[in-house]
Design a protein around this ligand. Structure first.
Ligand SMILES: *Cc1c(COP(=O)(O)O)cnc(C)c1O
Length: 392
């Protein structure tokens, strides 16, 4: 059997093409040509699907994170707590919003270390940006409880968590604002794109204007009418709007999301089960309130030397299976020491140790059982190769 390509996406539903042809016939690619444009409809449909009052579609999740922090109206140099295990776009969005990212340790379960979270809160925090990295949900009950007690806003970076639930509530709807991505390696693929959701009309009105609803274009956000008057002409316009073309690609994927989520979870759990008896592999389990929506698997290599980790990766690669160890692949954008654009690189020994042993394998939801079996077999072989190296 040939190795499955782990970087191919799902196909785009055919309805998208029909809608794009319709738009080509009239040229209406700008979202504000109509209040029922594809982008406006996407916002209504997404908000209803996820269980939020309002949604604003933008050019990327990074843009959504940036606008979220701007919409919160944080003072310059506000301290924003973020997990130290996240994508470089997250500290970047914090810097872009003129705030200071404060990195919090992350444990071997890829979730925020609550003791360090408490310590960093004590040192002072103005906002909390929780990145559910690779869809692993941190302890949101504890985080929200502390945030409420201290009256600090929580933004959820749910870029990679679309379809994940926490106590049966959608991730991204737990904090004041939730942000999602439609970049190709996420559950819904439009190449690029993002969306933010919130129940707070005033906050969303600010985000809408700053995203580029210049003059009276905000009138086309029919859900939000009342909130805009007081912000007219008072906010900068960052122009992070989404094109109708992208919305046309995204909308027909919303109805198939539940199926992808279910398939992704089944595929992930199938592989996790196959790896369960391997001594040097540990797959962290979800927290009890969490039902995951994975399109990849992460696991830790236990009691292996650097050379053995290398042997593991090389063995899988020789089968055509790409395993990325976050901390050892060169210039990895998820290793905090590579974020040299930060004023200083903090010392975070727990996160560093985790990243040096945490493996990442993409599992697109379209994979068949046979393809999943191939991947599991390859990882099993790689583990055997790595452990034999120890004996030698
Ligand atoms: C993909 C991703 C982002 C960035 O999303 P873009 O839409 O590419 O800007 C941010 N955070 C996490 C956790 C991601 O997985």
């Amino acid at each position: 059997m040939q190795a499955p390509n782990l970087y191919d996406s799902d196909t785009i539903p055919a309805e998208a093409l029909a809608e794009i042809e319709r738009m080509f016939s009239n040229g209406d690619l700008f979202r504000y040509t109509s209040q029922s444009s594809p982008v406006a409809l996407l916002e209504q449909e997404f908000a209803a699907m996820i269980g939020s009052k309002y949604a604003l579609a933008v050019s990327s999740c990074s843009a959504a994170l940036f606008l979220s922090l701007k919409a919160l109206d944080l003072p310059r140099d506000a301290r924003v707590l973020i997990p130290a295990f996240t994508f470089a776009a997250v500290p970047s969005a914090v810097l872009h919003a003129d705030c200071l990212p404060v990195l919090v340790e992350v444990g071997t379960d890829y979730r925020i270390d609550m003791a360090d979270f408490e310590a960093k809160l004590t040192q002072g925090a103005d906002a909390i940006l929780i990145s559910h990295m690779r869809g692993h949900t941190s302890d949101m009950d504890a985080i929200l409880k502390r945030a409420r007690a201290l009256n600090i806003p929580v933004v959820e970076d749910a870029a990679h968590s679309l379809g994940t639930t926490w106590h049966e509530q959608n991730i991204g709807t737990l904090g004041q604002i939730g942000c999602f991505s439609f970049q190709s390696y996420k559950m819904i693929n439009a190449g690029e794109g993002g969306i933010m959701v919130s129940d707070d009309p005033d906050l969303m009105a600010r985000a809408v204007i700053m995203s580029g609803a210049y003059e009276h274009n905000w009138k086309k956000h029919t859900m939000l009418q009342g909130a805009f008057q007081k912000w007219q002409n008072r906010l900068p316009l960052y122009n992070t709007r989404l094109s109708n073309l992208s919305a046309a690609v995204i909308r027909p994927q919303l109805p198939v999301l539940a199926h992808r989520v279910q398939k992704g979870r089944a595929g992930h759990d199938h592989i996790a089960e196959q790896l369960d008896d391997i001594r040097c592999i540990s797959v962290p389990t979800p927290l009890p309130p969490e039902v995951r929506a994975p399109d990849s698997i992460q696991f830790n290599l236990i009691d292996l030397s650097d050379q053995q980790v290398q042997a593991f990766v090389e063995s899988a690669a020789s089968d055509g299976i790409q395993v990325q160890v976050f901390g050892t692949t060169k210039d990895n954008a998820r290793a905090f020491w590579n974020w040299q654009f930060l004023a200083e690189t903090p010392d975070l020994p727990r996160t560093r140790a985790m990243l040096m042993r945490a493996c990442d394998v993409r599992l697109p939801t379209r994979l068949s059982r046979a393809e999943l079996g191939y991947i599991a077999e390859s990882l099993r072989r790689a583990a055997a190769v790595a452990m034999r190296k120890q004996a030698a």
